[in-house]
Ligand binder design. Structure first.
Ligand SMILES: [Zn+2]
Length: 213
């Protein structure tokens, strides 16, 4: 059985000071660095997803002519209107400067199609197209994923639910996630939903203990 560590959207725009700052988002960078160190000691590959939008992306409130945080429909799908964030090549789209990027052997870019959002690192929100993540993992015989990152209630949750649907065993480092919490309970509910669907919630210490060579 092969494992991989999947770091979700640890980008500047999702951290305090960024365009779509997740409260406490930068607190998970140290968790990511420690998880990566444990993974690399155990020979577990580390993959990072990046939200990577064109400037005219349809999920941006400014492009939709809507208020930030409101909801509507984008090309037939329910959509939250976000502040412009993670625009391709911008500083905000870069991985957090304190993240130890040397350990990352694969980057998965998502959200590049203008008319559909992509919370999951596997599929867009309509499951119309796949990223290369599933193929990449299969090619390396990975069938078990450890997931952490930003944000619990969107990109972490939908990545985990897709991974479970695709047949992966999934554990979530709960201390390595932070939520947007448009409603205050969103993060807690997302954790419960992931757990109910079959994901194990673990701590960083548990991850490192289990992967110790
Ligand atoms: Zn986005």
């Amino acid at each position: 059985m092969g494992k991989a560590l999947l770091l979700i959207d640890l980008q500047q725009d999702f951290c305090p000071g960024g365009a779509l700052a997740v409260p406490g988002g930068d607190q998970v960078i140290d968790v990511a660095n420690q998880a990566m160190a444990c993974a690399l000691r155990a020979g577990i590959p580390v993959v990072a997803s990046l939200d990577w939008h064109p400037g005219n992306h349809g999920s941006f409130a400014v492009n939709a002519g809507q208020d930030v945080g409101g909801t509507g429909i984008l090309d037939g799908l329910p959509q939250v209107w976000w502040p412009a964030h993670c625009v391709q090549g911008s500083e905000g789209a870069q991985l957090h400067p304190r993240l130890d990027q040397q350990g990352i052997i694969k980057r998965i870019y998502k959200g590049q199609q203008e008319q559909i959002d992509s919370y999951s690192a596997f599929f867009d929100n309509g499951h119309r197209r796949q990223t290369e993540l599933d193929d990449w993992l299969h090619a390396r015989n990975v069938d078990h994923l450890t997931v952490m990152g930003l944000a619990t209630d969107y990109c972490v949750k939908f990545t985990v639910l897709d991974a479970l649907s695709l047949g992966y065993g999934v554990e979530v480092i709960s201390t390595g996630c932070r939520a947007v919490n448009l409603s205050p309970a969103d993060g807690r509910q997302a954790m419960s939903e992931m757990q109910a669907r079959g994901a194990a919630l673990i701590t960083l210490d548990e991850f490192c203990q289990r992967t110790a060579p």
